[in-house]
Ligand binder design. Structure first.
Ligand SMILES: Nc1ncnc2c1ncn2[C@@H]1O[C@H](COP(=O)(O)OP(=O)(O)O)[C@@H](O)[C@H]1O
Ligand SMILES: CC(=O)N[C@@H](CCC(=O)OP(=O)(O)O)C(=O)O
Length: 311
């Protein structure tokens, strides 16, 4: 081997070896990945995202993709002459707007992601929360200034049925889920925030990891004044921070909290603008972004200590 080849081969092998313990640790584990509308704008990034998800699949993990499409919905509503309005970080969704939301998420964004993933083989299958009762919701009325506000067809998740997703995973497929739900009370279809949907699915699936891709490096400690990213925080620390957070981050961080409190081992917010950010986060020692972990067991909890001693 020439000296030059030796020089380039060694660092490449080191990168693969660095992945070894992570490959072992994540083997067979479910990873729910939320792909946000703002991280979805660049064609190269979308292609890299699809490569990463397919890589996870072939490495023995079980990726489930949940996608948003906020900017794409706003653009389509604009074309239909419908003005986008947000309250409490959620889109005010009239009946007409709901038709557009459903068309864009299920008919455009989901189809595109499924197509990109399937360039690598017959892997991805798209569904919405409406399919097989995957996500059931009821009308959500956020509280603003002490009053419950009607923001139209916006749903609050009441139940998750993981049957269809688990069947797809068992069949070696990659489910791609659009954040739309159906109510079993009024039969209406509801618009659900995609971060919230991803977190609820991660908890219901007993996923090891929830990974939320977005258009910033992670959770900034003092946004918008500083770009210092909080790299790790416990559920309790996050709970304290939540009331201070600004709009875009609220559903993401509430989702992370819900996921870890629901049994997910780690919930991470990572920068979707970095190509292959998923691979970097899962398979290298250097995690990027913000990681939320469950609270450490109380030191005074004698039963927990006893249980540990027995294992
Ligand atoms: N503390 C914070 N740290 C990082 N970003 C924040 C924070 N507070 C608010 N944001 C805003 O949240 C945005 C991400 O949310 P959003 O636009 O809904 O993303 P996505 O389309 O990926 O779901 C960031 O671009 C940023 O403007
Ligand atoms: C109720 C509500 O606000 N739903 C979101 C659903 C899409 C979404 O969450 O997309 P991002 O992840 O790209 O923001 C919306 O209509 O924009």
């Amino acid at each position: 081997m020439s000296t030059t080849r030796k020089h380039t081969a060694l660092p490449k092998a080191q990168i693969l070896i660095e992945a070894l313990p992570w490959l072992t640790r994540h083997q067979g584990k479910t990873v729910v990945i939320k792909f946000g509308g703002n991280a979805m704008i660049d064609e190269d990034l979308k292609a890299a995202f699809a490569q990463d998800v397919v890589f996870l699949h072939h490495a023995g993990l079980k990726p489930v993709v949940v996608h948003g499409g906020g900017p794409q919905i706003s653009k389509a509503l604009d074309r239909h002459g419908i003005v986008s309005e947000f309250k409490a970080g959620l889109r005010v969704t009239t009946e007409d707007a709901m038709d557009v939301v459903r068309m864009v998420l299920a008919g455009q964004v989901q189809r595109e992601l499924v197509g990109l993933l399937n360039e690598h083989g017959p892997l991805a299958i798209g569904l919405t929360g409406e399919d097989a009762h995957t996500i059931t919701a009821t009308k959500h009325k956020p509280e603003i200034g002490g009053e419950l506000i009607d923001i139209g067809r916006v749903g609050e998740i009441t139940e998750i049925d993981t049957g269809a997703i688990e069947a797809l995973l068992a069949d070696g497929r990659i489910p791609v889920v659009s954040s739309i739900a159906r109510s079993q009370d009024d039969g209406h279809v509801y618009n659900v925030n995609a971060d919230t949907a991803a977190a609820a699915l991660a908890a219901a699936l007993g996923a090891e990891t929830l990974m939320v891709l977005t258009d910033v490096e992670g959770l900034y400690e003092d946004w918008p004044n500083s770009d210092e990213v909080i790299s790790r925080l416990t559920a309790k620390e996050l709970e304290k921070l939540l009331p201070e957070l600004a709009s875009g981050m609220v559903p993401k961080m509430e989702g992370c909290l819900h996921a870890v409190r629901g049994g997910v081992t780690t919930a991470r917010v990572i920068d979707g603008r970095v190509p292959h950010s998923i691979l970097l986060e899962i398979f290298t020692d250097e995690g990027i972004g913000t990681m939320v972990v469950p609270d450490a067991p109380e030191a005074t909890d004698v039963s927990a200590i006893d249980a540990q001693g027995e294992s």
